[in-house]
Design a protein around this ligand. Structure first.
Ligand code: GDP
Length: 139
């Protein structure tokens, strides 16, 4: 996959709080093109696999429970420098530390329930995109 793509999820908290539209508007306004998107819900097995890198962390159980408790929006986004620019758009993991105007500052409530996911590298963007989408779902 090319390096101008990143992967995102609008997490269950943001969906529950009615922020799908607001977050997609921020993403579009920042110049990201949506090349794949679906409304879906992670199973426990999905969430454990997706977050396997965090399996030894004390918050892992809480993270899996949170990410499976309701639907999410998963998407692949395209833009020059997508991974880095999207991390800047979403802001710090903890919304209390996120910069003004970032998605997490605007829409997140806590370090755990932080509204959106954004891939942290080109390699993970490709892995995470392939986790959720088949080739014919990417445009
Ligand atoms: P990210 O790359 O900014 O999403 O942050 P990390 O990769 O460090 O963590 C992945 C996800 O785990 C975060 O987005 C949060 O949803 C969750 N998380 C991280 N730290 C904590 C924590 O201290 N407590 C809880 N409950 N969840 C956390």
């Amino acid at each position: 996959m090319s390096t101008n793509r990143t992967f995102t999820m609008i997490k269950p908290d943001a969906v529950e709080n009615g922020h799908i539209g607001g977050i997609l508007e921020k993403i579009s306004s920042a110049g990201f093109k949506i090349v794949a998107m679906k409304y879906t819900q992670l199973s426990t097995r999905d969430a454990e696999a997706f977050y396997a890198v965090h399996s030894e962390r004390p918050f892992f159980g809480e993270l899996v429970e949170f990410m499976t408790r309701g639907p999410i929006v998963a998407a692949i986004l395209e833009k020059d420098n997508a991974v880095e620019d999207f991390r800047a758009l979403i802001g710090a993991t903890n919304p209390a530390e996120a910069a003004e105007g970032t998605i997490r500052k605007l829409f997140a409530t806590s370090i755990g329930e932080n509204a959106v996911h954004g891939s942290d590298s080109d390699e993970n963007a490709a892995i995470e995109g392939a986790f959720h989408f088949s080739g014919r779902e990417i445009f």
